[in-house]
Design a protein around this ligand. Structure first.
Ligand SMILES: Nc1ncnc2c1ncn2[C@@H]1O[C@H](COP(=O)(O)OP(=O)(O)OP(=O)(O)O)[C@@H](O)[C@H]1O
Ligand SMILES: [Mg+2]
Ligand SMILES: [Zn+2]
Length: 154
C-alpha cells in the first residue's frame, strides 16, 4: 500500500506570515502587497483546514514586513487575519488585524459624480457601516460600497 510522502514547506528565517485569511482571499491580499519582481520566497496555502473546521488561506512572505496602510487594506477583504512577524525562524510578534471605523485615502468611491472623483483636492473617506460582509458609506455622497466593489479595487 502506498503511503503519502510528507511534503515539508521550508520555514522562513525572517518575514511575515499572514494567517487565518478568509478562504480564497489570499490572491486579493497579495495584490495589496504589490510584490512585483520580488525575489522573496513566497508560500501560498489556499483553502486549508483551520483548527475550528473552517477553511482558511495562509501567506508566508520572506524578508517582508507590512506597512500600516497595507494592514488596513487587508482588513477590508479579510478582517479576521492574524499577522505574525518572524525573526530568526520564531514568531516574535502576533497581531489580529481589525477593521477600522473609518477608511481614509485607500479606496475610490464608485459614484463617478462624487466630489472625490473630480479634480477637487478632496481625499476619499468612508464609514464602515457593516463589518461582515463589509459595507462602507462615502462621507461625501453617501454612496454605499459593497464587498464585491471593494474587492474589485485590489
Ligand atoms: N519560521 C516560520 N516559517 C514559516 N511559517 C511559520 C514560521 N513560524 C511560524 N510559522 C507559521 O506562522 C503561523 C503562526 O505560528 P504559531 O506558532 O503562532 O501558530 P499558532 O499557535 O497556531 O498561532 P495561532 O494561535 O495564531 O493560530 C502558523 O501558520 C505557523 O505555521
Ligand atoms: Mg493556528
Ligand atoms: Zn462618494
Amino acid at each position: 500500500m502506498k503511503q503519502p510522502k510528507e511534503l515539508k514547506v521550508k520555514p522562513i528565517k525572517n518575514g511575515t506570515v499572514i494567517d487565518h485569511i478568509t478562504a480564497n482571499k489570499s490572491l486579493n491580499v497579495l495584490k495589496i502587497l504589490n510584490l512585483p519582481n520580488s525575489e522573496s520566497n513566497l508560500t501560498i496555502a489556499m483553502n486549508v483546514q483551520s483548527s475550528n473546521l473552517d477553511r482558511k488561506d495562509i501567506l508566508k512572505i520572506e524578508n517582508r514586513e507590512l506597512a500600516p496602510n497595507e494592514v488596513d487594506q487587508i482588513a477590508l477583504i479579510s478582517p479576521n487575519s492574524t499577522i505574525n512577524i518572524i525573526r530568526d525562524y520564531e514568531v516574535v510578534d502576533k497581531a489580529k488585524i481589525g477593521l477600522l471605523n473609518e477608511i481614509n485615502g485607500l479606496l475610490k468611491c464608485s459614484n463617478p459624480n462624487c466630489i472625490t472623483n473630480t479634480n477637487e483636492p478632496v481625499e476619499n473617506k468612508f464609514y464602515v457601516i457593516n463589518k461582515e460582509p463589509v459595507t462602507l458609506r462615502c462621507h461625501y455622497c453617501e454612496r454605499l460600497m459593497e464587498e464585491h466593489e471593494i474587492e474589485s479595487q485590489f
